[in-house]
Design a protein around this ligand. Structure first.
Ligand code: BES
Ligand code: ZN
Length: 885
């Protein structure tokens, strides 16, 4: 058990540092256990600081200090003090001075993968958020921006490639030592979280990019030797991202080189270090035989995301970590727009809304709820959350909706010119939006500060005599931890009144006139909007494009929903109508049988869509996907039995599958692969539909589904085909799924990314003994807790992809996950805490499940030497569990 409660950091306590660091010259003598870092910092008193003659307190963790000197004079041991987390020098010059520090760090012992560590024989770094303090003593906070120059030395044969941020400088051999060195300098001041260093025996793939002003940038992607042939897609995606940012935002790249390194041990997806992005290799490496369509799409989007940070994050960084959504929310918004432009906007929006609902809504409605800009935290690593990222992106999108395309672009231009080179705040960003457009965003700002998903109730009433349509909107946000009272938000809502032919009726709003943008804004708790000259009874389509991240309930009849499903011009709402109908059908089937007529109507609506040749295959695939189990659980809201949810959902899928049998078979035949694989939008869409159809066939007609899956697996055309067929097969309990899983492992045991896929498939297999399977696999020779990807595949795949298995009423699912969290916490707290978030929705479950979850959460809390990371997550979740007396 922890003896003290860890310290909480508050936004309101922000203070500038007393000293600035203008430049940092770092010299690395790389060694697996004793890397020597010599740091030479140019400091001066900070004119923005209110303190005078304050002590210099630098951050440092797990370092061995060798020497300190000021202006060339070594300090004596009583001139400074060193603690586990700081180096304090009580008296420093009150004029510019040079601080020289020499220290050791141990990359081999670094199991947290934060700071300088070894991954598969190479040196690499991860400094965001607070990893730089594990390399050398520094002000490890984003508002301290310095010019970095790096020199590194390593044995030439083992580490021929030496990389850091910025532009390459001098390189050379050190005769007689077998060692060589390289110098890198970054002309742009940056916070230390953007520092990176890589050394290893890597293969480089090279290309160039011509920027809009005609400069040539050298591009490099570095991977393990032998993987060079898997980098082509990443390189294509990088060039596409660079030219998109020029066109869409006028942003040009600013260094002579841009390098990416792929590593196999990495806590996150990827990292935007200036000029040297570091990627989890699963988001770089791709061949048709090793990567699925989803992998290709993810690689493209993540390369774009990290590249876009060069402006939103690096050139303009964050004042403090409370402003995280300033760079992450905005950059997610930018990568979403990129994917919309290079693929399908309609499909991308639906995909993003699906993720928001699957990840952010549950967070916002449970014990881990927090504002997009939190006001306090214990461990910043716990705040790289769906709320900061995805809700943060939604907030940017809403401002674009409110301002309109042109004013939004003007506001972004203003942001880039006004804050370039600065460490900014969310207020700075919103001020640019307001200044460029003249709009008052005062109330809108609440979106950043208030947690919880607003509930929006809408009621439409048509008056045929007066030819008016009245739409009454009412908003309410439920209390969240620490925020008992909620205010009204400024909510922009896309709206359409759909006529019987599917046409949009003109929107003539009482008191305003014809709307030029089909947007209405709700600012108070309740308001009625009156539309005039409505000549026939319309069906209202509200929150079009998912213009605001709210939970909408609308007084629409099932018939209206089916109508919108078939006719709404807004594709998001067409899909949304299908989701609503599907959810209601599943809820109606909870008692054991699927209502015949409703299922029939739903199936006919789907069939109409599926048979329409003018509709995109990707959209058809999305329409076939029923709402996931957590959506159903959230709609039930309390005392949820997750087995009953799974059973009801499967019953509905089976009912639809058998009703749609002919059309699904037609799809299967029509979508067969005819040529070589290409990850283009059309092929991706066709395959998405193919495997969505297979899923339904498997539920509706198991024998046939199994036969089709086996046929596909006997001669798989691509990894997409393998995963599509096997991913379907694992949903149903058959002996074939076990033999096919085994065959997959035997085919791919040599490829670590495919072994991850194998663990993930197992984790999602639905059956009554799911937890025992996880337990067994955690002892498999190929399993290890020290590689995050493997943990995410098995444990993360279980908590998020196997809702019924994880929440088994006997508590065995919770037990295996708690065991994993406790084990992981000893050497990688970040990953442990991430896995613990799997418990975040237990408060809506029935009493036996809540009791079982609490038992395991308490067991984690009682573990000796629990990290701050895991403590913060687990204690918040445990506090939110209303336990039966
Ligand atoms: N800056 C983050 C990576 C990061 C987060 C590093 C937290 C250290 C701690 C990066 O830009 C990022 O957001 N990566 C995402 C993927 C992205 C496409 C949303 C990730 O790693 O999951
Ligand atoms: Zn990011």
């Amino acid at each position: 058990m922890r003896t003290e409660t860890p310290q909480t950091i508050h936004l309101k306590d922000y203070k500038p540092v007393p000293y600035r660091i203008d430049s940092a010259d770092l010299d690395f003598q790389l060694d697996p256990e004793k890397t020597r870092v010599a740091s030479r910092l140019a400091l001066r008193p900070n004119p923005d600081s209110e303190e005078s003659a304050a002590p210099l307190v630098l951050d440092g963790k797990k370092l061995q200090l060798l020497s300190v000197a000021i202006d060339g004079k070594p300090l004596k041991s009583d001139d400074f003090t060193v603690s586990d987390t700081t180096l304090t020098i009580p008296q420093v010059p009150q004029a510019p001075f040079t601080l020289e520090i020499v220290n050791l760090c141990n990359p081999t012992a670094n199991t947290e993968l934060s700071g300088l560590y070894m991954s598969n024989g190479m040196y690499c770094t991860q400094c965001e958020a607070e990893g730089f303090r594990r390399i050398t003593y520094f002000y490890d906070r984003p508002d301290v921006m310095a010019r970095f120059r790096v020199r590194m030395e390593a044995p030439k044969r083992e580490m021929p490639i030496l990389l850091s941020n910025g532009n390459p400088g001098e390189t050379g051999d050190l005769p007689g030592t077998g060692r060589h060195y390289a110098v890198w300098s970054d002309p742009f001041p940056k916070p230390c979280y953007l520092f990176a260093l890589v050394a290893g025996d890597l293969a480089g793939v090279h290309d160039t990019f011509q920027t809009m002003s005609g400069r040539t940038v050298k591009l490099g992607i570095y991977v393990e030797k032998g993987k060079e042939d898997r980098c082509a897609w990443a390189m294509t995606s990088l060039k596409l991202s660079m030219s998109w940012d020029e066109k869409a935002f006028g942003r040009e790249y600013d260094l002579d080189v841009f390098n990416i390194v792929a590593v196999s041990n990495f806590n996150m997806g990827a990292m935007e270090n200036k000029g040297l992005n570091v990627f989890n290799d699963k988001y770089i490496l791709a061949l048709p035989s090793t990567a699925t369509d989803t992998d290709y799409v993810n690689i493209e989007a993540i390369i774009a995301h990290e590249y876009f940070h060069n402006w939103t994050g690096n050139r303009i960084t964050c004042r403090d970590w409370f402003q995280l959504c300033l760079k992450e929310g905005l950059t997610v918004f930018r990568d979403q727009e990129f994917t919309s432009d290079v693929r399908s906007r309609a499909v991308k929006r639906i995909a993003d809304v699906k993720t928001l609902r699957a990840r952010q809504f549950p967070e916002d409605g449970g014990p881990l709820a927090h504002p997009a800009r939190p006001s306090s935290y214990i461990e910043i690593n716990n705040f790289y959350t769906p709320t900061v990222y995805e809700k943060g992106a939604e907030i940017c999108r809403m401002m674009k909706t409110l301002l309109g395309e042109a004013a939004f672009r003007k506001a972004m231009d203003l942001y880039f010119s006004r804050h370039d080179g600065e460490a900014a705040t969310v207020e700075d960003f919103v001020r640019c939006m307001a200044d460029a457009s003249g709009r008052d965003l005062g109330q809108f700002f609440q979106w950043y500060e208030q947690a919880g998903t607003p509930q929006l109730k809408a009621e439409g009433r048509y008056d045929a005599k007066r030819m008016t349509f009245e739409l009454t909107l009412e908003q309410k946000t439920l209390p969240t931890p620490g925020q008992p009272e909620k205010r009204s938000l400024h909510i922009p809502l896309g709206v359409g009144l759909v006529g019987s032919e599917g046409e949009d009726l003109p929107l003539d709003l009482d008191g305003v006139g014809i709307l030029n943008a089909p947007i209405i804004e709700l600012t108070g708790a309740k308001k009625t909007f009156r539309f005039r000259n409505i000549t026939k009874k319309p069906v209202v389509s509200l929150n079009r494009g998912f213009s605001a991240p709210v939970n909408l309930t609308l007084n629409a009849s099932p018939a209206d929903q089916l109508f919108l499903m078939g006719h709404d011009r807004d594709s998001l709402n067409r899909w949304e109508a299908g989701q609503t109908r599907g959810r209601e059908l599943i809820l109606a089937s909870m008692n054991g049988s699927v209502p015949n007529e409703e299922a029939g109507n739903y199936a006919s609506a789907l069939e109409g869509l599926l048979r329409d040749p003018s509709i995109d295959n990707a959209f058809k695939a999305l329409m076939l996907g029923l709402p996931p189990e957590p959506d159903i659980a959230a709609a039930i809201g309390k005392d949820v039995d997750t087995d009953a949810v799974l059973a009801a959902r499967d019953r509905v899928r089976a009912a639809l599958g058998s009703r749609l049998d002919p059309v699904l078979n037609g799809i299967w035949t029509a979508t067969a692969e005819r040529g070589p694989y290409a990850p283009d939008p059309a092929g991706t869409a066709r395959r998405a539909l193919r495997y969505a159809a297979l899923q339904m066939i498997l539920l509706g007609n198991r024998e046939k589904g199994v036969a089709l899956a086996l046929e596909e697996l006997a001669k798989p055309h691509s990894m997409t085909a393998e995963m599509g067929a096997l991913g379907g097969l694992i949903q149903v309990e058959t002996p074939e799924r076990e033999t096919q899983l085994e065959a997959f492992f035997n085919r791919h045991a040599a490829d670590h990314l495919l072994v991850d896929k194998w663990f993930m498939l197992h984790a999602q297999a639905k059956d009554a003994n799911a937890a025992a399977r996880i337990e067994r696999l955690s002892r498999h020779p190929a399993f290890t807790y020290s590689t995050p990807n493997r943990v995410y595949a098995l444990i993360g795949g279980f908590t998020s992809g196997n809702v019924a298995g994880f929440n088994a009423a006997g508590g065995e699912g919770y037990r295996v996950v708690a065991d994993a969290v406790i084990k992981l916490d000893g050497f990688n707290p970040q990953v442990a805490a991430r896995m613990a978030t799997g418990f975040r929705s237990c408060q809506i479950l029935d009493a036996p499940r809540r009791t079982a979850a609490n038992r395991e959460l308490q067991r984690i809390l009682a573990a000796p030497k629990l990290s701050r990371d895991t403590f913060e997550i687990v204690s918040r979740i445990a506090n939110g569990l209303a336990l039966p007396p």
